[in-house]
Structures are given as C-alpha cells and as structure tokens.
Design a protein around this ligand. Structure first.
Ligand code: FE2
Length: 374
C-alpha cells in the first residue's frame, strides 16, 4: 500500500473527481494455479469455457504454461509455472490457486497507467506492447489489494501471445459476462480500499448497498460496493466484522494468507438452465437448507419463477426496488476455503443479494443449532 501525505491525497482526490478514467469493462481474470492444464480442463468440462489459446514451452515460453479460455464475453487466463523459482510458484505456495489479475479493458493503457500512478497507485508493470498475427495489446498494471493486480488492457483484435487452439471445444453453460468481482480485505482495511478506488479510478460507492453490516446473531461481515457509475465494473469489498463466531471472511483471510479475490459472479440470462446444466456436469453448488424456502415465497410473492424448480436446484432469490435476482454459489474451487463462483440472473434488481445473505446465514445457523453445533 502506498502512503501519501495529506496534500498529495487531496490533490489526487481532486483529480479523480474532475477527470474521468475511461474504462471499457472487465478484460479478463488471470488465475495463478499449480496445474494450468487441469484447471483449464475443469473450467472447460464443468463450466463450459472453450480453450481458445495456449502459450507454453511448445510455443516458445519456457517458464510458464497458460491457457486462454472464453465463454460469452468472459475471458480467463490460467497460468502455471514450470519450476519453483517462478513468481507463479511463490504465489501458489502462499495463497493456493487464486486470481492474480482482475484486468480492465481501457481505450488507452498508457494514459490509464500514468493517471493511476499519479493518483497514488503503485506500479506493477509499465506499459508494454504484445503483438502477434491475431492482435495487438498495450498492457500495463498497478497493485491492488494483497498480491492482486489490476492490468490495463488496450486491445486491438484478439488477445495476442497465444497459439490458437480449436481442439478443446466446450459446450457453453450460458454464462455471458462478469457481473462483479468481490475482494476480501483485512479487518479495518475496507475503507482504505474504498478511498483507493475513489481516488485512483474515480469510482463511487453504490448507494443502496451502503455500509450496513450483514450480520446474524453469530457472524458478521461488512461490505461496500465500488462501481464505475455505469455498471460495467462492480467491485464489492468485504471485511470481517466482530461477531460471536468466526466469519467466512476471517476464514478466507486465514487460508488465502491475506486479501484477495473471494468470488467472481457471472451473469446468465437463464439461471435455472445454467444450474441444471452445471450440476449435470458434476459441479457442486452450495446447499440451501429447506428452512430458507419456508418464508421466501411469502416475502417475494410477485416473483414469476417455478417455485418447485427453484427449490429443487437450491437457487437463492432477492429483490430490491428495481426488481429481483436469482443467484447461486458454487462450492470452493480448490482445497482451501478461498475462491468460488456465483452465477446470477438479474431481472431488474441491481443489488447483490444482501437480504438473501442474511436469510441464508440464519438458515445455515438454524441448521447448525438443530445439530447442537452452534
Ligand atoms: Fe456476489
């Protein structure tokens, strides 16, 4: 984290308020993992991502193997190292498999980098050019929370640096675009990162989510959503809050050894179909206790969904002033209880399932209580 003096902070804030920071949306997410081949295959077989590119020893990259995956507008890069001396190996040793880079598409990666650094962001990679027969990219990067970075990607054509692959075709699961990417940060650090996103990107706090604690009698977390104002970039930030028991955020911070990406929410126009599909492929979603549904249909009488099917697939529902949303969370994607996915279908709602979280947590705790484990 950068420490800035008062005057520099004020000047950077004034700049952020005055100038806009043009963004085009999420570019891609880069995962640093122990075995890129298997991770890529898992995303292909269980989630419907097509492997469109490969980079590794066979293509002239000696130290890493990386797969470029795509579904709808969602792009993942999955990278593994060939030996223990590579930074990817260090990262995996410390954090386990995780998201290294939440990359943002910009019209000008040089200007984005210069502006961000001027506003106090720490440089991670100076602007450099990647080019091949398929496309050209100017890429730069800044440090974000923990060991995570934000790359700025100015892309023309297709992502360069990968040999095209057409042999690993996937059957898509209906996932369209990244809806939001959630960060877990250390206790007391949420407001630091809120201020950081305000200052560096000119982001604002999404009002209706505000700073309420999502709490039950036993566990609590604080969450604030930073966004670019148009909705193409939404970054919720969680921190643990004091509760009688350890919260899920504490657990993440312990096992990830610090701040990092907790979950990636991907939008689907038909959540029921997507969930039925991925369950059939062997992906596991979070079990919802039966008690969750006992009052949900009374709380949300206007929702036009197949009740029996929603309960059968264990889908969660929430509503706000704009409409409603359907969501579901996967089980952890690795051995450590750190990173997972959310699938979300928005029908007017712009929230993140807050009401739902409380109801779900309480339901989980009721079940725990019945077993005498609370
Ligand atoms: Fe979410």
């Amino acid at each position: 984290m950068t420490n800035l003096d008062e005057a520099t902070l004020e000047r950077a804030k004034a700049m952020a308020a005055r100038d806009d920071f043009p963004l085009k949306g999420f570019s891609h997410l880069e995962w640093w993992v122990g075995n890129a081949f298997q991770t890529a295959q898992f995303f292909r077989s269980h989630l419907g991502f097509q492997v469109v590119g490969y980079r590794g020893p066979e293509t002239g990259t000696r130290e890493t193997a990386a797969y470029l995956l795509q579904q709808g507008q969602i792009r993942f890069i999955v990278t593994g190292a060939m030996g223990p001396e590579h930074p990817v190996s260090d990262h995996v040793l410390r954090h386990g498999p995780g998201v290294k880079d939440v990359a943002i598409a910009v019209p000008d990666a040089t200007a984005a980098f210069e502006t961000a650094v001027e506003r106090g962001a720490e440089a991670a990679a100076k602007p450099h050019v990647l080019e091949d027969d398929h496309g050209r990219a100017v890429i730069s990067a800044i440090q974000a929370y923990g060991d995570t970075i934000h790359s700025f990607v100015e892309l023309q054509g297709e992502m360069p640096g990968f040999e095209r692959r057409e042999d690993l075709v996937a059957r898509p699961a209906g996932l369209e675009f990244v809806d939001h990417v959630v960060a877990n940060v250390e206790l007391g650090k949420m407001d630091y990162w809120v201020e950081w996103y305000e200052r560096v990107f000119g982001f604002t706090l999404l009002k209706h989510f505000d700073d309420d604690a999502i709490s039950t009698k036993y566990t609590a977390l604080m969450s604030k959503v930073m966004w670019d104002g148009s909705g193409i970039i939404k970054l919720p930030i969680n921190e643990p809050a004091e509760g009688l028991k350890r919260s899920q955020i504490d657990e993440y911070l312990q096992f990830y050894r610090g701040a990092g990406v907790q979950h990636i929410a991907m939008h689907t126009p038909d959540l029921l179909s997507t969930v039925a599909d991925v369950l059939g492929r062997g992906l596991n979603t979070l079990a919802v206790p039966r008690t969750y549904y006992e009052d949900i249909w009374q709380r949300m009488p206007d929702i036009a969904v197949d009740h029996a099917r929603v309960e059968e697939l264990q889908i969660l529902l929430d509503q706000d002033e704009g409409g409603y949303l359907l969501q579901i969370f996967t089980q952890m994607l690795q051995d450590r209880p750190t990173v997972f996915f959310e699938f979300i279908e928005r029908r007017g709602a712009t929230g993140f399932g807050k009401g739902n979280f409380k109801a779900l947590f309480e339901a989980i705790e009721r079940e725990q209580g019945k077993r005498g484990n609370l």
